[in-house]
Design a protein around this ligand. Sequence first.
Ligand code: URA
Length: 276
Amino acid sequence: MTPEPAPTLSQLLAFYLEAGVDCALSEEPVDRLSDSRPTEALKAASVAGEAIAARMLRSAPAPVAPASDPLPAPDAAIATAREAARTASSLEILREMLEKFDGCALKSTATRLVFADGNPNARIMFVGEAPGRDEDIEGLPFVGRSGKLLDRMIAAIGLDRTKVYIANVIPWRPPGNRTPTPQETQICLPFIQRQIELVDPEILVTLGNPSTQTLLSTREGIMKTRGRWLNYDTGTRVIRAMATFHPAYLLRSPSYKRLSWQDLRAISKALAHITS
Ligand code: URA
């Protein structure tokens, strides 16, 4: 059988990109082939021939990343998250808890925690889905292209990041920006719920479908939910909530900016009403 030709560098990069690998995880490359397995196998080959080496290669454990504590079962992780979040008496403590929390696999692939940006005393809070690549690098939500659009949307109603609070349902970047699994969302949910409770805004704005469906407990799509006043119940208080399009969606479908402007105007009006 003729061996397949080795892939060219550009083919390899295209393959990585398609698989969702769009940034390096560390500064230095890791030589996964330098573990003891092939060396032992080679030694065996010289002593006892290829057959033994082949058997060793087959039976030896595959090379794996350095051992770390196994993740707890999802139900246990959700229960731990609930318990931890419930006892967080301030946003700082909640952030520390998240830094220490090991129940969500996304933490191990993300560069850092993306907790929040803006003013913790703001009267309005925006919640997106999960950090992307730029947010993962900077440790702040909505700093990439869609973040720039969010800044412009906020500016359009006379606000900026000193007057709003911004967070995500998931505080770690999913690898390759894949959609978070329902389990990952459920594990992170108690933390964002507590974050909303601690910020205690007058108005909560959910950005896009995933954040809306998760926080406002609806199965309806964003086309139906956007622009309507809904209730977000913290358990101790009901907060007025509105869903609107995610800025990343608006970048792809600019014709919906008109509707998002309507939502922003309704939000601005409600804010003015609450102030007076
Ligand atoms: N998209 C999100 O939902 N959140 C971010 O922080 C960035 C992009």
